[in-house]
Design a binder for this molecule. Structure first.
Ligand SMILES: O=C(O)CCC(=O)C(=O)O
Ligand SMILES: [Fe+2]
Length: 274
């Protein structure tokens, strides 16, 4: 029996009285339970010596005061080459459908160190080091008691984003952490955005060429003062540059890129009070 016939065999009262409330509860339950953090790891679990060497205690203190730190030359030319080769092999698996095209025009794919979404371990190799480096930042933050936070959670999934070099692909100004209240969002959206509400720190590692010219565009424009539109600075997405910033403080935008632009991002989560 088709679902239409089966449904028409129920009385109007049954549909209104049983199926409608059940459907509403289902939608609410899906929103409440939606999370990518179920298999997230502790910061200690993701500890990586190279990340601790990069994000020294001095840099963590700088992150606390300035809200952002930029660390160049985190990857060698060979490591960048390997990472970019791995990204090439993943082409065709990128997804634009999840993105609001008015807001951002990149293509993304979620990658994890346990070979989900990649065809073989060999193909994953080049991305393994970038993933470990960005996921290892959480441990460096905890060791240096960043803003007194503890119990950071590191998602398994990191975002791999490719912006086409068509001179138009970018990402409108935004904050990575959702700071809107339940009254502004409504309960459904509030629950759906539970992961984004827990983002504490953003870690980006650029996988472009180390000699990417300035006119290739795609700079990351950052605003450090929310009161002022004027106070901003640009970071060139040169391959091997790591950017770490406070996800609830630094508004940022990706300027249009004239050359293909690749970045891998990890959001470190925690339970900060809004
Ligand atoms: O790739 C970048 O420089 C930033 C991307 C970004 O803002 C984001 O994915 O939320
Ligand atoms: Fe962002």
């Amino acid at each position: 029996m088709s679902w239409r016939r089966r449904l028409s065999s129920y009385s109007f009262d049954t549909v209104i009285g049983v199926f409608l409330p059940a459907g509403c509860i289902g939608v609410l339950a899906e929103a409440y339970l939606r999370t990518n953090l179920r298999d997230a790891n502790t910061a200690a679990h993701c500890s990586f010596a190279a990340s601790n060497n990069i994000l020294t205690t001095a840099r963590v203190r700088e992150l606390e005061t300035a809200g952002i730190v930029v660390i160049p030359k985190v990857l060698s030319g060979q490591q960048l080459h390997d990472a970019r080769y791995a990204v090439q092999l993943l082409k065709g698996q990128f997804d634009t459908s999840l993105n609001d095209r008015d807001v951002r025009q990149d293509q993304i794919q979620w990658v994890r160190s346990t070979a989900v979404g990649v065809a073989s371990e060999e193909e994953e190799d080049g991305l393994l080091l970038p993933i470990r480096l960005i996921r290892g930042v959480g441990d460096a933050l905890e060791r240096a008691s960043y803003q007194g936070v503890s119990a950071l959670r590191i998602p398994q999934d990191c975002q791999l984003a490719v912006y086409a070099g068509d001179g138009s692909a970018g990402y409108r100004r935004h904050l990575d952490r959702c700071t809107s209240t339940i009254f502004e969002l409504g309960i459904l959206e509030y629950w759906r955005l539970s992961d984004v509400r827990c983002r504490v720190v953003t870690v980006i590692l650029y996988l472009n060429a180390a000699d990417r010219p300035k006119d290739a565009g795609g700079s990351l424009r950052c605003w450090t003062n929310n009161e002022s539109e004027e106070e901003h600075f640009d970071i060139e997405p040169v391959g091997g540059t790591m950017v770490v910033f406070d996800a609830s403080r630094i508004r940022h935008q990706v300027l249009p890129s004239n050359s293909e632009r690749t970045a891998i991002t990890c959001w470190i989560h925690g339970n900060l009070e809004q």
